[in-house]
Design a binder for this molecule. Structure first.
Ligand code: C5P
Length: 410
């Protein structure tokens, strides 16, 4: 919702909300309301099963448009035919997306109005899965979702947590408010639309020989969550990432690199175009002075000792911050003690505009954990972000970065 006369993120945009039959269908009512608050024209189609969970009358009242569910409905076809409706939509959002509807869409079935519209529409398409956690984990569901993603369909969620059936796990529909943010971002709206963000994330690997390397425990989760949070607000995000086991966030351009040197080159090639540079990567501090061309043998060790000569890797963040025409620069710090003093020294030493500090001495946050807490410092200001999921922390950090950046840029 845009309070206080702010710009609506979806003014004049055309959203077709497709509702399939799961308990989360009751949230479709709020979704319609919030989409319209952002200025979108919303039309709703439902499967037959969806009508067991929410009435067409409710969705009709909220969308101010007649709601359709039958393919062979001659009265409705006289108003706006289904092919016309398929062409009308700029985005089709299937929410909730049940296992069964995902399966039908993945296989290109067109056996009711919803699936026919999906196949007949050139619009952007997104699904918000909602189902029992075991159904979500089932190999067939995962295959279907993967093939939809491979066809360019955006998959938003599901979230993990308590389920209506009493289970706990992944399968909750993403909250309507969040889905609306994603629709805005997907259609190129959002308050950061036009802002170019360059980021680094994940660890780097520094080769010792063809089979061994030096690296660290960074999972990339915080950087990926931050990239997703920037993209959800409409920023154009390029993420230069070291090796991680995470899928690229929707709508983010990912550049895969291995070593600090490759990460530096990828960043330098793109830095001139960006307004914000956010260095989340846990870059290895040292690399082997010489990389052996063939595998080093244990027998080559002298007196059971293997001495490796190390040299520092390039400091990507400091290199960017030292450029005369530089973007606004945000760094991260991972410290085990005296967090604030070290972070302040780094803010000044590397000439950063802002630094976000993790206390990595705590086992419940940071590195591979799903939660985090941050202390954010800048010249003349500080903000503590209390422990929350990395996704929530990422959203709060984006808020903080954007607030301070905009106030400094005038
Ligand atoms: O100096 P330290 O490694 O603690 O600084 C951490 C910050 O610097 C992080 O933002 C990290 O991404 C960045 N960094 C970098 N290149 C390096 C080392 C750190 O960009 N070689």
């Amino acid at each position: 919702m845009m309070a206080g006369g702010e710009v609506q993120g979806l003014a004049g945009r055309r959203v077709l909300l497709a509702v399939s039959g799961g308990i989360a269908a009751y949230k479709a009512a709020e979704l319609v309301r919030r989409l319209r608050e952002e200025g979108a024209a919303v039309r709703v189609v439902m499967t037959a099963h969806a009508q067991q969970f929410i009435t067409a009358t409710t969705l009709q009242a909220l969308s101010a448009e007649s709601v359709r569910s039958e393919l062979f409905d001659s009265a409705a076809e006289q108003g706006m035919g289904h092919i016309e409706l398929a062409r009308w939509a700029e985005i089709i959002l299937l929410a909730p997306a049940t296992a069964s509807t995902l399966a039908r869409l993945a296989h290109g079935l067109a056996d009711d109005l919803l699936t026919t519209l999906w196949l007949a529409s050139p619009a952007l398409k997104a699904v918000a899965p909602a189902m029992n956690q075991q159904m979500w984990r089932a190999a067939a569901t995962q295959r279907n979702v993967q093939s939809l993603c491979a066809d360019g369909v955006l998959c938003w969620g599901p979230e993990a947590g308590d389920q209506a059936c009493g289970d706990v796990g992944p399968g909750r529909m993403r909250e309507p408010q969040e889905l609306v943010r994603q629709v805005i971002a997907a259609l190129g709206g959002g308050d950061l639309s036009g802002v170019e963000v360059l980021m680094t994330a994940g660890p780097t690997r520094e080769a010792i020989d063809p089979v061994r390397y030096i690296s660290n425990h960074s999972s990339g989760k915080m950087g990926y969550a931050l990239a997703a949070a920037f993209a959800a607000r409409g920023a154009s995000v390029t993420l230069v990432s070291g090796p991680v086991a995470l899928p690229p966030p929707a709508g983010v351009e990912c550049i895969a690199v291995i070593s600090a040197e490759e990460m530096l080159q990828a960043v330098l090639a793109r830095v001139a175009a960006c307004q914000l540079f956010v260095a989340c990567a846990a870059v290895a501090d040292y690399r082997a002075r010489t990389v052996a061309a063939r595998k080093l043998k244990k027998s080559e060790a002298q007196e059971s000792l293997w001495r490796l000569e190390l040299e520092p890797t390039p400091d990507i963040l400091a290199t960017v911050a030292a450029q005369p025409q530089r973007p606004w620069v945000v760094g991260f710090a991972a410290e085990t003690h005296d967090v604030e003093n070290y972070a302040l020294a780094k803010l000044q030493g590397k000439r950063l505009d802002m630094i976000a500090c993790n206390d990595v001495s705590r086992a419940d946050i940071g590195f591979a954990a799903d939660d985090n807490a941050l202390l954010v410092l800048w010249q003349g200001g500080r903000r503590e972000l209390a422990r929350a999921s990395k996704k929530q922390i990422a959203e709060q950090l984006v808020d903080t970065i954007v607030d301070v950046w905009r106030s400094r840029e005038g």
